[in-house]
Design a binder for this molecule. Structure first.
Ligand code: COA
Ligand code: AMP
Length: 624
């Protein structure tokens, strides 16, 4: 079947299309109802179906005869450890961890926060939650205690699962003090904290609340997967929005399993037994979907890598992993290859390894800049596929549908809309624009299975953010255009979200932190272009009258505050003191112009600006 036929069928006959896809997963009670719309155009997929996500990921593979196949390979250059788990072994571990959770009184619908480094126990914890219908919320280990506290208060978990430490290249980061501090800061107090002790650090356990992972496992019975409704939440994943408060994206069980299973064929052309490596982190959506769930749904072997593209130990580490584990499909963020290219521009490291198993390289998480695309294609000789998606969708909105029909790639384009996604480009008034014209990227409702069902505890925010801006459409927050051949080009966010090394962050949140400094009268944070990380945040600060702090001292304190409150990944390194902020006459800060100045681009002086001279003052901080 051609891509175009499949795509049209998905939009013209969505119920037939997704019923067929639903037949590819193991239901406990197959759904009769495929789609049920709500008045606002959103709705529910497979509402009367029952299944269990852990059963589909693990037990179903054992039943299909893959019990002795490797399900998970762990490769950790930072500890020198490698290992693997078969489907039978991983099933047993997830079943026992589910039992350990049940022993703590955790069951269907209870929330569990997982704050873990990239170790197999993180995957076991996620699958263990899914097995008993508990809702996990994985928090990326690079977030500071305050961010964890915000998520604890929002998700109100019964338990937190953590490890004694994470390891960043050579730096050992104790996690338990961060967890303790987060619980102290939060109003909600989880009843249990299960701690996996790593040999590098021994965490102190608080009697009555904290439990050692190994002891919890030793005292637990394996439990069977419980049936859950397809519409029951599988997880909450917090992502940055335009305000300081992160949004808890809620993903269901049934639609998620159906969509991810389909994506493994459509987007990645993965087959059972393939080795699939998503070099990301379980704390991000890429990690949820393509380190943990989708490769297992498809009977593949997934790779969990605790390291970096460079420095662990060198720019050949990705190629080494591909060789050692015979990786067939590799997925990462462009920034990872920009880091590799910077250290090894001629790709000399690549020549040391046998990459004959590798079929394709997939990139997402930020715009794939054409130079990185060309470099990777030329040096590896492999097809390099860009695809566009978001935490909200959980799988690719646009991709090169290689599993159905490979399209010629165009540098800078994420290729075509995936079946199920009716992508349109609209102007600020919501009118569709012509081919080649840039606008807001929206998706006509309904969204396909697998996409967010709501924002945890705040359906109004879900509706306001995603459904209200352009009625009848999902508002992506990205800008872009479609060319005459139907190729979609995503050019970047149109809101205050920025993308730093493939990590999605909110400038609004950083502004809240900076504004809390006693010497700061007003501030603004913009994302400036960065050769390695794509974007980095830069703060402009107006000091209160009478404040005696020097600009350098203030910058140091603000950089520390952002690191302390949000985490090192925020990478705010510059906070420039200015006399005034450029504003419109009605008082709105002109962020776009500031961004253009920081990017050393030419800019037009907006007619609405109250004082044009300020732009020249700011320009002096960014000499060309
Ligand atoms: N736990 C604790 N700290 C963490 C962390 C974690 N899980 N992840 C990152 N950090 C810290 C780093 O140690 C660093 O701290 P420092 O300022 O004290 O050195 C800071 O956060 C910034 O980290 P990072 O953004 O990773 O920058 P880097 O310079 O160390 O590495 C890259 C740059 C490009 C190699 C790295 O960002 C990378 O591998 N990116 C791939 C992105 C990715 O996987 N994205 C997921 C979406 S697909
Ligand atoms: P996240 O929710 O962290 O996955 O980040 C999603 C955001 O990353 C999107 O809204 C885009 O701005 C950006 N993004 C992801 N993939 C791509 C891509 N292939 N091309 C351009 N931008 C992308």
């Amino acid at each position: 079947m051609s891509y175009h036929t499949e795509f049209r069928r998905s939009l013209d006959h969505p119920e037939t299309f997704w019923r067929e896809q639903a037949a590819n997963i193991a239901w406990m009670k197959p759904p009769n109802t495929v789609w049920q719309a709500k008045p606002n155009g959103h709705g529910e997929w497979f509402s009367d179906g029952e299944m269990n996500t852990c059963d589909i990921a693990l037990d179903a593979n054992v039943r299909a005869g893959r019990g002795d196949q490797k399900a998970l390979i762990y490769d950790s250059p930072v500890t020198g450890q490698t290992g693997s788990f078969t489907y039978s072994q991983l099933t047993d571990l997830a079943a026992r961890f589910a039992g350990a959770l049940a022993n703590q009184g955790i069951g269907k619908g209870d929330r569990v926060i997982i704050y873990m480094p990239m170790i197999p126990e993180a995957v076991i914890a996620m699958l263990g939650c899914a097995r008993i219908g508990a809702i996990h919320s994985v928090v990326f280990g690079g977030f500071a205690a305050h961010e964890l506290a915000v998520r604890i208060d929002d998700a109100t978990p019964k338990a937190i699962i953590t490890a004694s430490c994470g390891i960043e290249v050579k730096k050992v980061i104790p996690y338990k003090p961060l967890v303790d501090s987060a619980i102290e800061q939060a109003s909600h107090k989880p009843e249990t904290c299960i701690v996996f002790q790593r040999p590098q650090v021994s965490a102190e356990l608080q009697p009555g609340r904290d439990l050692d992972w190994t002891e919890a496992m030793a005292g637990a019975q394996a439990v069977d997967p419980v049936p859950v409704k397809a519409t029951d939440p599988l997880y909450i994943l917090y992502t940055s929005g335009t305000t300081g408060k992160p949004k808890g994206v809620v993903r269901d069980n049934g639609g998620h399993a159906v969509a991810l299973r389909y994506s493994m064929t459509l987007v990645y052309d993965a087959r059972p037994g393939d080795v699939f490596w998503a070099a990301s982190d379980v704390g991000w959506v890429v990690g949820h979907s393509y380190i943990v769930y989708a490769p297992l749904f498809a009977g593949c072997t997934t790779v969990l890598y605790e390291g970096k593209p460079v420095k662990t130990p060198d720019a050949g580490s990705f190629w080494r992993v591909c060789q050692d584990h015979k990786v067939n499909l590799l997925f990462t963020a462009p920034t990872a290859f920009r880091a590799v290219r910077k250290e090894d521009p001629e790709a000399d490291e690549l020549k040391r390894y046998d990459l004959s198993s590798l079929r394709r390289i997939f990139l997402a998480g930020e715009r794939l800049d054409p130079p990185t695309y060309e470099w990777l294609r030329e040096k590896t000789g492999l097809p390099v596929m860009d695809h566009w998606w978001q935490t909200e969708t959980g799988w690719a909105i646009c991709c090169n549908p290689v599993g159905i029909e490979a399209m010629p790639s165009k540098p800078g384009s994420a290729t075509m809309p995936s079946p199920g996604y009716d992508v349109r480009i609209v102007d600020p008034a919501g009118r569709q624009v012509r081919y080649g014209e840039q606008g807001e990227v929206v998706v006509k409702l309904p969204l396909p299975p697998g996409c967010l069902t709501t924002v945890w505890g705040d359906d109004e925010r879900f509706v306001d953010t995603y459904l209200k801006p352009v009625p009848g459409y999902y508002f992506s927050g990205d800008g872009g255009y479609v060319d005459e051949d139907g190729y979609v080009f995503i050019m970047g966010r149109t809101d205050d979200v920025i993308n730093v090394a493939g990590h999605r962050l909110s400038t609004g949140e950083m502004e809240e932190v900076i504004a809390a400094h006693p010497a700061v009268a007003e501030c603004c944070v913009v994302g400036a272009r960065d050769e390695l990380k794509g974007q980095i945040p830069i703060g402009l600060v107006l000091v209160k009258d009478g404040a005696t702090i020097t600009p350098d001292e203030l910058e140091d304190e603000l950089v520390d505050m952002v690191r302390e409150r949000i985490g090192a990944i925020a990478c705010l390194r510059q906070a420039i003191v200015v006399d005034r902020l450029p504003k419109t006459r009605s008082g709105k800060i002109l962020r776009r112009v500031i961004r253009q100045i920081a990017d050393r681009e030419s800019y037009a002086v907006p007619s609405t600006i109250d004082d044009p001279a300020i732009l020249e003052e700011i320009s002096r901080h960014f000499p060309k």
